[in-house]
Design a binder for this molecule. Structure first.
Ligand SMILES: *Cc1c(COP(=O)(O)O)cnc(C)c1O
Length: 364
């Protein structure tokens, strides 16, 4: 049996008729950018998360960098960010000329709330929290720190659609929640798409203008903006998927429960969920000291896996200019050498799950 790390086609066929019907509706409407599908999605996604406003954008990276731009964070400012995140989080900071300050993760792979305060300087302007792998971060202490030091709080929710801390959705704790709807995400489009959630009406308006060349009224431009519009076709697809997001997350949770219950191999560490947090299992990430040998073994058994992520941002070529060295962030670096994401996707059959479980349990 051949198993791929992800199967995006399964997520399409699950609701094929609804997707196709909506696609035809949009194609036949004659209106393709910033119309009723985008407005409809923004209202529905805001309602789903519990945020006051949602603004659709072209990608998750755009959501991040435009957020820092509109919060006036740039040259000379520092933003605290977890070190083991996807590099796009860091790019959201540095595109504006601001400096990322890295914090090590806790045992749940999330930003360690106890390691943040020591990194705060008078240049610190914001904290960027990534709810990594679909796991909500414990937000209590982070929200407190932001109040105490008057810092902006931005959440990278590209992997956490629907994950909650203390019953509250990720993306609603701070100033801006940044979402990606890249096809492989829990709420995926059929191309690139993104959005922000915000509670401040003025800020929501600024996002709406910025994504459209800085203009609220056609040909009247208030600021130098960007073209970062969510298109009608993707918005329509997202409205279809959003209706099913809770059941899709539930399905992944079921698979994760099976993995956690049935994976038994002393060489492998399973992920744990932090108290008060829920996880929507964007990835199911195991750890193994002999990760590369395990990956090779699974490949021979035709089970595809992915490393999220093999090179932490501070050691990436793109960030050489920050001057970080190997050894600066030992927890993050050790994770990069030991983490492995095993197959986890909507529409994964019971037989596929059985095969993954049996094969991993037989790894010697
Ligand atoms: C996917 C992802 C992004 C970037 O989203 P795009 O839509 O691909 O630009 C940012 N941060 C994290 C944590 C991601 O997983």
């Amino acid at each position: 049996m051949k198993i791929m790390p992800n199967r995006m086609d399964r997520g399409f066929y699950k609701y094929q008729e609804e997707f196709e019907q909506k696609a035809l509706e949009v194609l036949r409407s004659g209106w393709y950018v910033l119309g009723k599908e985008v407005t409809g999605f923004e209202e529905e996604f805001a309602a789903y998360t519990g945020a006051k406003y949602c603004v659709g954008l072209a990608s998750g990276l755009d959501a991040l960098w435009i957020a820092f731009r509109l919060l006036n964070i740039g040259e000379g400012d520092e933003v605290i960010v977890q070190a083991n995140t996807y590099i796009a989080s860091v790019m959201g900071i540095t595109i504006n000329g601001a400096t990322p300050v890295f914090v090590e993760p806790d045992m749940y792979f999330e930003m360690d709330p106890d390691r943040i305060e020591e990194k705060i300087t008078e240049k610190t302007k914001a904290i960027l929290v990534t709810h990594l792998y679909g796991m909500a971060t414990q937000m209590e202490h982070i929200v407190e720190l932001c109040r105490k030091y008057r810092l902006k709080l931005v959440e990278d929710c590209a992997q956490s659609h629907g994950a909650r801390f203390d019953g509250r959705m990720t993306g609603t704790f701070g100033d801006v929640g940044c979402f990606s709807f890249y096809p492989s995400k829990n709420l995926g489009a059929f191309g690139d798409a993104g959005a922000v959630t915000v509670n401040d009406e003025e800020l929501a308006k600024k996002f709406k203008a910025f994504r459209n060349y800085g203009s609220e009224k056609r040909y009247y431009n208030m600021v130098v903006g960007a073209n970062s519009r969510l298109d009608e076709l993707q918005a329509g697809m997202l409205r279809v998927r959003l209706k099913h997001l809770e059941e899709l997350n539930e399905e992944k949770t079921h698979i994760a429960r099976r993995y956690t219950k049935e994976l038994k191999n002393s060489r492998i560490k399973l992920p744990e969920t932090a108290p008060g947090c829920t996880c929507v299992w964007h990835q199911y990430v195991i750890r193994c000291e002999e990760r590369d040998r395990l990956m090779q073994y699974l490949e021979e058994k035709e089970i595809g896996t992915i490393i999220h992520y093999p090179i932490p941002p501070h050691l990436s070529e793109a960030y050489q200019y920050l001057g970080c060295q190997k050894g600066d962030l030992p927890i993050t670096e050790h994770l990069a050498e030991t983490v492995l994401s095993i197959p986890m996707y909507n529409g994964m059959t019971r037989e596929e799950q059985d095969y993954v479980i049996e094969t991993i349990n037989e790894f010697k």
